[in-house]
Design a protein around this ligand. Sequence first.
Ligand code: AMP
Length: 218
Amino acid sequence: MSEQRIFVVLLGVPGAGKGTQAKLLEQSTGLPQISTGDIFRYNLKNQTELGKLAKSYMDRGDLVPDNVTIRMVEDRLQQPDCERGAIMDGFPRNLMQATAFDKMTAPYGGVHVTPLIQVEDDETIRRITGRRSCRTCGAVYHVLYNPSKRVGVCNVDGGELYQRDDDQEATVRNRLFVYYKQTAPLIGYYYAKGILREVDGTQSIEGVQQALRAVVAI
Ligand code: AMP
C-alpha cells in the first residue's frame, strides 16, 4: 500500500472564487494549488507547443481536449511538491477527466473531498468581468471587490495587472454553458461517492476560506 495523499477538488462555476481560495488553502495546508487554467496560460505566454494547441479552445471558452489535459496533470503530479497531495483548481472538468483522476489518485487513497463553491450566475459574470490578474505572479484581484492598492499594479510583486482574454463577457457566457453541460455532472458524481461538500461562495473571501478549511479538515 502506497502512502496516503490528500487531493482536494474545488468545484464551482467560473468566477466562483476557486483560484483565490485555492491559493489561500495552499498557504494554510501546504498542499500546492494545481490550476490547469494557469498551466495553459503559462504555456500560451511562452508559446510552447502545448500553448499553441490550447489557444483556440481557450479563446472560445471551450475545454482543451481531454487527452492533452489529462497527460498534463499526470506529469504535474509527478513533481516533488505533490508528495503530500494537491488542491485541484479547474481539474477535473468533465466525467472523463474525473475517472482519469480517480485512477491517478487511487494508489494514494483517492480524492479526499470536493467542496462546491456556490455562487449565482449573475454574480459570477460581475466577478469575472471585473477580475484582473498579475502578469508575473498570477495573483488575482477584482476592480471593486478586491482592488489592488495601486490601480493596475500587483500588491505582491509590483507586476502589471491585466484582464484575461477569456474574461470578456461573450466568452464568459460560453464558459458558463460549457460548465453546465460538462462540469456540473461532476456534482452528482462526487455526491454519490459521499465526498461533496457545499460551501456558500457569496460570503467574504475570508468567510469562504474558513468554511473551506472546515470541510477540508486536515
Ligand atoms: P480557468 O482558468 O480554470 O477558468 O481555465 C481557463 C481555460 O483553460 C478554460 O476555459 C479551458 O479552455 C482551459 N482549461 C482549464 N482547465 C481545463 C480542463 N481541466 N480541461 C480542459 N480545458 C481546461
